[in-house]
Design a binder for this molecule. Structure first.
Ligand SMILES: [Zn+2]
Length: 308
């Protein structure tokens, strides 16, 4: 699933090519109606045709295509979507769902194997983004914001990183990679993180996302950039989908477990589970039963309770 680095790669490619271009048509291919979340295709076409693209922005995993003073086209790639920029008449893409021809003889193509992606037109971006936390690489997501979201929480830190209401843009790949870099077990209760651990986690999030962008995203399955090319970050992951392979740092065998319903990959030596953690005094509503039992399963090994 495309996460922040994959969507940012697409955003950068498109911003360099389509800003200033005018949309000349909009065509939805048969069977792709659910991409539009209930907006009739004809209404979308009426509003898009003749509009000039003035900006390509992003918040978390959402692409925001600005149309001057008009509405904003909000695109979410979900599981298997990608947005491609092709010459008009270029060979067809498999799983093409929608086309937006532009006035320079090119077109935007929305390609999506599973059709979970969405195209939406909003007049105020707040409509689309109201439920999202700060973008994970925005300066607003600083160490203070990280701790404001985690303190008092019993939920596993992995689950919080995936919660887009807390921070927007991180998915399963970069959550596992950030926790490895920060030397934190995915099931560590969020509110138990010590100051040094919080700082390590904040730095690790920035690092893995910047690395992902530098390598043009990770293509484990369907993600491709605006030219239909794969990214390279999948060759540099340390733990994600490396179950039973040796850890680069310590040679221990990478493990896989389910945390908060999601597959998690971690090194048992670099990210020990059995460290004695402070009890989290919850200042929030009671966490899910699953989170409590996960916290309870952490048993102490180090006599002084120090972090490794
Ligand atoms: Zn290791």
């Amino acid at each position: 699933m495309p996460e922040l680095p994959e969507v940012e790669t697409t955003r950068r490619d498109l911003a360099a090519r389509i800003v200033g271009r005018t949309i000349t048509d909009f065509a939805l291919l048969p069977g792709a109606e659910r991409l539009l979340r209930g907006v009739p295709a004809a209404a979308l076409r009426d509003r898009l045709c003749g509009a000039t693209i003035t900006d390509v922005g992003r918040h978390g995993k959402y692409l925001l295509i600005g149309l001057g003073d008009g509405p904003i086209l909000v695109v979410h790639l979900r599981m298997t979507g990608s947005l491609r920029h092709r010459r008009l008449g270029a060979p067809p893409d498999d799983f093409l769902r929608a086309r937006l021809p532009l006035d320079d003889g090119s077109e935007l193509r929305f390609v999506d194997v599973r059709k979970f992606g969405t195209l939406d037109l909003v007049d105020d971006p707040a409509e689309a983004l109201s439920k999202l936390g700060p973008d994970a690489i925005d300066p607003a997501f600083d160490l203070k914001a990280l701790w404001q979201g985690l303190r008092g929480r019993r939920a596993p830190v992995k689950s919080m990183l995936l919660d887009q209401r807390f921070v927007a843009g991180i998915g399963n790949i970069y959550a596992d990679e950030a926790l490895f870099l920060a030397r934190l077990h995915p099931e560590a209760p969020s509110g138990s993180l010590r100051p040094a651990e919080r700082a390590a986690l904040h730095a690790a999030i920035g690092q893995v996302l910047r690395d992902g962008i530098a390598n043009r995203g990770a293509s484990f399955r369907d993600y491709t950039d605006a030219d239909g090319a794969e990214g390279g970050q999948q060759y540099f992951v340390r733990v994600f989908r490396r179950t039973d392979q040796p850890c680069d740092d310590c040679d221990a065998t990478i493990r896989r477990s389910i945390v908060g319903g999601r597959a998690s990959h971690w090194c048992p030596r670099c990210q020990p589970a059995a460290q004695k953690r402070r009890r989290v005094r919850s200042t929030r509503r009671p966490a899910a039963r699953r989170a409590r039992s996960a916290a309870a399963s952490l048993s102490p090994t180090t006599p002084d309770g120090s972090a490794p």
